[in-house]
Ligand binder design. Sequence first.
Ligand code: DGL
Length: 299
Amino acid sequence: MNDRPIGVFDSGLGGLTVLKEIIGLLPGESVVYFGDCGRAPYGIKSPETIRRYTFQNTRFFIETGVKLLVIACNTSSAHAYGPVSAALDFPVVEVIRPGSAAAVRATKNKKIGVIGTAATITSRVYERVIAEMDPSIEVYSKACPLFVPIAEEGPDWWAHEAARIIAGEYLADLRETGIDCLVLGCTHYPLLEEVIRGAAGGGITLISSARAVAAEVRCALDSRGLRAAAEPVKNTGPVESTGPVKNTGPADNAAPPKVSLYTSDSPERFRTLCGSILGATDGADVYTLDIEKYESRLP
Ligand code: DGL
């Protein structure tokens, strides 16, 4: 039993797609979420900058006293999961392996498409991880950098005609490859699912890692006896979407479970956008975090 919170971070809103699944699967757990909107997007930055941001975010969560950290960002997972998990004495869950495993299970013709940020795609991490799981699978990848700023603009843009045109341009080549599933290799992309699905064309299964990551978190907690004491029994059922965020304060390890939201940019804008993804956030306190004050080296 352990009532300390789970830490989850992303460059901005994308990780909320993962947070939503975690809350749905593990409603008895307190969660601290950090969306680094002030420094997003990560995916067009250098590996050095991505690592520096990721290490600073990690430092924040160490100080917060989390029991498990979720890197709900493919870009950070691609460039910094190794050093982060090696430096911490609590479990770290990343988003690339769970999404890859779901795609390997889903593909029938052994042709998988992967879309992600420029930094994720150029790292070729998906090719490596999928080859470890099944070397006979062909992977076709494509960077789609404009999807992140569109997602960060909020729900009015997620199914906008402009998003549709951009998705059509990005996915034209992938459509020719004969892939039967497409990994949304950026946690922002599920927000644009409708336009991505339209541009990908029929017969292609979209794979979001969010649900698989939540299952991985549950497994990591269970295997170490880290579940919160007040975990309701219904958690063992299928993952459904979550209710409103009931959260009201900074992490202080107190029951009942709560969700605390931090951002490095305007808290008001963040609150509104979080509400679009998680449900109502009226009662939630959203905190501004001065992330640059945290050390950029791991302990
Ligand atoms: N949502 C993140 C990812 O999964 C990062 C997007 C970005 O900031 O470029 O890669």
